[in-house]
Design a protein around this ligand. Structure first.
Ligand code: B12
Length: 478
């Protein structure tokens, strides 16, 4: 049996380490034909990789590249350089077996990442079918020229098709993440990830999800999803499950069915999700979510200015967000709100519209995260708009340094000032650069939780503390 080593190169541990779900899915499929192992570099940052390669002697090595940069404009963490230095170069030094890349970050910038890493092949998008196909062709000496979604080095040039397809339904087969990677450190600080569907049919102008996963929702069956949760719960005990879908409550009715399935099986689990679409919420959905075990959600409207929402093509309006906020407060579901300022049409006036919404509708116990500058990705409407506006041309790279969009109706400095001012006067509003709490704040929060028996999400405890510190004039702000 040929041997395949799959490597998780994601070393980011903020806001918490995320298990390499996609790699585990691939390993689950490949194990029928290959001897497969996963090397998880998140905690040891690649230091044990070379010895694993020497011992396992893989015939193929696949590297997953999830993050390119951190999308916080003034912090600008660029991950790929470290990935090359800590993972790919050391491996190249000890073996010349084919190196194959994939992952969501890779899928956005396949050609740039191929050039930077010098890998042999890359697959754009989901790879449960294409990776086995590629490996089988390589094992049998067959051509790979007609394979969709494949990027490769031919001579000294990267060859990339420009048509990518995502036509197959989402896999019903689920991986046991803890079978492939040591789950102990994730249990302490992270989550168990679950995907309920693939694809996104929304048209938000800056977003890459439709490019990575395709534009059509392809759902898994609620019973397969809940089997996965139930079994992982039996194996791992008390663990937080997180849904990693682009939006959880799309297409309409799917989230409700999943919740009903969990409720009917009487499984007692803790759940959280990002991506709640304000257009498709209802009291019934929130009630079901609460009964199913949701302890936290993310709300990501980006803006609460009707004109900015329209220009971002979010597909919902202020009335939808206000309705959703009302339901969140009614059901008291702990929520992290995300706003992204500086998009097309942003002015001081539209900024204030969003702030107004926050003041009137967001539960003060909930966190509001404020970021500015929209990352511009190739293939998105925002990219075409930026070219039309003369910000750059098609031949300029937006990969590194990363390109960001800022409205020309407000300066970056002024927007930054407005965000800082808002966060200094509201205990629950945080500037994107201030989101990591100090060690002192964390230890005080832990003590507070212990003394008061608090079982709420950590962000709520940190916000209580921030409110106290602000009142005492103890909070350091620049
Ligand atoms: C869910 C999610 C989150 C959640 C994670 C929750 C969790 N429990 O995992 C949260 C909100 C915490 C989060 C945080 C961040 N995220 Co995020 N996230 C996502 C999202 C929506 C889904 C990722 C996912 O799990 N997909 C499901 C799995 C099954 O798919 P997959 O891993 O991609 O694997 C498939 C394929 O990619 C491929 N594949 C994967 N590996 C390999 C390897 C080989 C060899 C091959 C051939 C194929 C292959 O096959 C797999 C199976 O089909 C993506 C966008 C997207 N739609 O992909 C952004 C995304 C990955 N995040 C992104 C970013 C930037 C971040 C943050 C850095 C943001 C920040 N500043 O905090 C952090 C980093 C967190 C961390 N520790 O790494 C960016 C990365 C692009 C970029 N600019 O770098 C993305 C692409 C969103 C975007 N802006 O476009 N994220």
């Amino acid at each position: 049996m040929k041997r395949v080593l799959l490597v998780n190169t994601n070393m980011e541990r903020a806001p918490y380490p995320v298990p390499p779900l996609g790699l585990c899915m691939l390993a689950t499929v490949l194990q029928e034909t290959y001897n497969v192992r996963i090397y998880d570099g998140v905690f040891d940052e690649g230091s044990g990789l070379v010895s694993m390669v020497r011992e396992f002697k893989p015939d193929f090595i696949g590297f997953s590249i999830r993050n390119i940069d951190d999308v916080v404009m003034d912090r600008e963490i660029f991950y790929v350089k470290d990935i090359v230095q800590k993972f790919i170069e050391p491996v190249r030094f000890v073996t010349d077996v084919p190196i194959i890349l994939g992952g969501s970050g890779f899928s956005i910038f396949p050609v740039d990442v191929m050039k930077m890493t010098g890998a042999d092949f890359g697959i754009v998008g989901e790879a449960e079918e294409l990776l086995p196909e590629l490996l089988s062709r390589l094992c049998n000496g067959l051509t790979t020229d007609d394979m969709p979604n494949l990027v490769k080095y031919g001579g000294s040039q990267v060859q990339a098709g420009n048509k990518y397809s995502f036509s197959k339904p989402a896999t019903q087969r689920f991986p046991e993440i803890d079978k492939w990677v040591d789950f102990t450190p994730y249990k302490a600080k992270g989550v168990y990830s679950v995907q309920t569907k693939r694809g996104c049919s929304h048209g938000c102008i800056y977003c890459t999800y439709p490019l990575i996963e395709g534009r059509k929702f392809r759902t898994r069956s609620p019973s397969a999803i809940v089997d996965e949760i139930e079994q992982a719960h039996q194996r791992l005990g008390n663990v937080m499950f997180e849904f990693v879908d682009s939006t959880f409550n799309d297409p309409r009715g799917h989230a409700e069915s999943i919740c009903r399935e969990i409720i009917s099986r009487k499984i007692k689990v803790k759940l959280r999700t990002m991506g709640i679409n304000p257009r498709h919420v209802s009291e019934e959905l929130f009630e079901l979510m609460q009964r199913a075990g949701f302890v936290q959600i993310d709300a990501t409207p980006d803006s609460a200015s009707p004109s900015v929402l329209h220009l971002l093509d979010k597909g919902f309006g202020l009335d939808h967000i206000e309705r959703m906020a009302g339901m969140i407060s009614k059901f008291n579901i702990p929520t992290m709100w995300f706003f992204l300022f500086g998009g097309p049409g942003e002015t001081e006036g539209t900024f204030n519209e969003t702030l107004d919404f926050i003041d009137k509708f967001v539960n003060p116990a909930d966190l509001v995260y404020m970021n500015a500058g929209l990352r511009i990705y190739p293939g998105t409407p925002l990219y075409s708009m930026s070219v039309r506006e003369g910000r750059f041309t098609h031949s300029d790279s937006v990969f590194q340094p990363p390109a960001y969009y800022y409205s020309d109706k407000i300066t970056k400095g002024h927007l930054d000032h407005l965000i800082r001012k808002a966060s200094r006067s509201r205990h629950n509003c945080l500037h994107a650069l201030e989101t990591a709490p100090s060690p002192e704040m964390i230890s005080e929060a832990l003590e507070m939780r212990k003394n008061h028996g608090l079982d709420e999400p950590m962000f709520r405890t940190l916000l209580r503390l921030r409110a106290n510190w602000m009142a005492e004039g103890k909070l350091k702000t620049d």
